[in-house]
Design a protein around this ligand. Sequence first.
Ligand code: NDP
Ligand code: BG6
Length: 509
Amino acid sequence: GASAMLSGLQLDTQKSLMDSVHKRTDDCRKEPISIVVLGASGDLAKKKTFPALFSLFYHDLLPDDFQIVGYARRDMSDDEFRELILGSLTCRVLDGRKCSEKMDQFLPRCRYHKGSYASEEDMASLDKLTADFEEQRGVSNRLFYLAVPPSVFEDACHSIHRAARGAKGWTRVIVEKPFGRDLASYVHLQASLSSSFSEEEVYRIDHYLGKELVQNLMTLRFANSIFEPLWNHHHIESVQISFKEPFGVEGRAGYFNDFGIVRDIMQNHLLQALALLAMETPVSLSGEDIRNEKVKVLRQVKPLTIDDFVLGQYKAANGKPGYFDDDGVPKNSTTPTFASCVFHIPNRRWEGVPFLMRAGKALDERKAEIVIQFKPAPGDIFNVPESMKSNCLVIRVQPDEAIYMKIISKAPGLTSRLEQARLNLFYREAWEESKDIPDAYERLILDAIQGEKSLFIRDDELRVAWQIFDTALKQMEGDRAPKPAAYNYGSAGPIEAERQAFKLGLQWI
Ligand code: NDP
Ligand code: BG6
């Protein structure tokens, strides 16, 4: 029945592609590497970077000969650093077989180096430490992971460039978002980065591109013949891209209040999903070809203004704190913790199709989802109720990865009753491997080690991404910033977002 039909969606393994991935992994495993995590004492390093590195090691994907150096300003011995890593390993392989054995092999290869990010002298002593490791091996590949606040990016890059580049191998730098706070500050940041590193060497991370379902978007669209003919304004009514989180800014207000939900989630994570959904077929699967198509469609997106937005801010409810209860949020803050907006892409494929996007913190559930809503079948002979008229293709990025289609079906039995039914591809049920879906950071760090850039953001992509949001962001901020609509912690967000969709004849799904 339904699931058998959808098994057509279970994409055949492309043997040649997999062979080249394995070959790349095998080749890279032979080259020794030093991985330096700057900001090793911080939240991201603890929550994502070290767990991802350990998981790669656990799965035998790191180069055979590697060392990891944690770098930060505070005092710590190697042993204290290892304790810190050990305590933070909340990663998915903890229940795995032989995990503690693997951990015992991993930890001795991690060391700590105290230093300040701007100091060339400190960086030079890091260089010495890594050079010692590299000398006997004759190669000096170095991957720097900048898990530091954005205010430190530039200084860190300069001092790495001046004092800690590898001498006989490649140097790569993984930079975390936010990449500036608007086009002008991004251009400034980029000018500074490019005085230290070439575009080849810089890996701008957007971890949503490492998520399994975001990766599957291209396969779904371009490896199947059933979707592409429908993928345009003739057949698609609307597209919805939605991110919901059931917790507030808890502890991150210092960062968040400066940036807000539009910069934190929409301008990067969700815009990337939009680009992959809306772009034309790339010439090939090469990183450059894919990014060329993303840039092309992003240039066709109509830049947003404040009128395209509904903004919200959560307030205390259900025993949970409001945004203002967090230390570091000024009492007059107008920073949105929720936003919904409507994009238009007036090109040949998408003219007239609204792309709705929403993102919010402190909402009723954790969910990241894309919904493609199709137009109702013309010449309806069934009198299909309005509420189930449209077929929807749902791509659930998280939690519980799935792709499913809502269709209209006759309910079984001696009845002609219509029901909305589902054609389901639940990853959990379809694939044994889905129990072991890698964290996005694992894939991205592995790609950076292997020099594979297609899942990283290119300079021109970021410029156009900022161009889309710049005007609206300016209008949201400053003296005349509108007050965001209040919504309860744990609710579905402000009612104004429902009204915004309703005005377009749509409903959030
Ligand atoms: P933290 O605030 O935890 O900072 C990381 C480390 O940097 C700290 O442990 C501290 O180490 C050092 N540091 C902190 N403030 C300063 C400062 N003002 N000057 C110099 N050094 C400082 O940040 P996160 O780990 O949360 O984030 C790191 C980067 O990753 C940021 O760019 C962030 O936007 C990005 N990011 C974070 C995510 C997360 O979930 N945390 C998710 C996605 C992106 P020490 O004092 O020991 O040197
Ligand atoms: C980060 C944001 O980029 O993504 C956070 O800074 C957000 O605010 C996080 O919580 C969400 O990532 P994930 O992978 O948990 O959906």
